[in-house]
Design a protein around this ligand. Sequence first.
Ligand code: PLP
Length: 395
Amino acid sequence: MTIYADNAATTKMSRTAIDAMLPYFEHIYGNPSSLHTVGQNAAEALDEFRGTIAKTLGVTAQEIYFTSGGSESDNQAILTAARYGERKDKRHIISTAFEHHAVLHTLKKLEKQGYEIELLDVGPTGTITAEQVKNAIRFDTCLVTVMYANNEIGSVMPIAEIGKVCREHGVYFHTDAVQAVGHLPINIPEQNIDMLSLSAHKFHGPKGVGVLYVRRGIPVATLIEGGAQERGKRAGTENLAGIAGMTAALTEAVTNMEENNRKVQRLRDRLIEGLTKIPHSALNGDPVNRLPGNVHLCFEGIEGESLLLMLDEYGICASSGSACTSGSLDPSHVLLAIGRPHEIAHGSLRLSLSEENTDEDVDVMLEKIPEVVEYLRNMSPLWRDKVNGKKEFVL
Ligand SMILES: *Cc1c(COP(=O)(O)O)cnc(C)c1O
């Protein structure tokens, strides 16, 4: 039996999304740029999908750019603001210390090109306030980029309030909403979002396809040069099957959001309640403003990697944080940003649930995880020192 609890890394595709893709491999396989009927059928479908996605997000079709996913959308949004800033002589960018690497590494690159990057402190619960953003905005700020919800610890940012502050100050506001779209209600105009990134494979759609929303009037900078696709702003023959799957998955996720969230939140809260009973453990992220499926804890005295490997033996697929940092020995930048010491940050566990998880899954996890934590602690000389009082407990 496999218990998949790593939905923040990627999700299983829904049957609806798979079925929506198949015609675009078999029948409507044309290139939307071709003038013949096969091509024009593809172009019509592309228009329809763009319209559906725009409507779901409360925006217009002209503001939707199809991309290869969240990373590309983040890169292009930030580059767009940076090019604008260059023309206006504004090179100050505000972000947070716990963004996804698609944002942080893009900002690092800009820093080397002379931009000033200011990363706001996310505090012990891993959130920022609109007040912090307001205080950081300067005459030369060209962008505020703040993630909608954190992919590791699940905390949800006050996006509408941040959007309001940015609009009042005439500063572009981008949000990496990859973890939020399909899981939390989003209304781009009401939340004063200027640019938004989303990725299909985080809401049961296919991998390798996403959207960058850019509000009309903002001059979009090009990342990929070539043909005139996406109104000349993103070259490359459109991934029509992927876009079909993404559109179906998004529609399905938004339609079932309330019901799914009720279910997933209940499972999440059972897990949090049970696992925080483990001595010397701590919940990471905001306990209230939290993604419906996110459970993230630190256990003192263990290595997250060992925990994951042992859980895998029981068929439990979990993560220590983000898929991008696993494999490296550095502790998660997110856990360091919320002030967890290195030693504690190493003992982390993320369980990210979807509506496919069941109460039985939770029962198994609540049985196995405490057992494995105890087993690993008993093998650790450091843990023994703590138990014998030779070293202090941190948690
Ligand atoms: C997964 C993820 C990304 C990257 O999206 P890809 O489509 O895999 O490139 C970016 N930001 C966040 C918050 C994510 O969770």
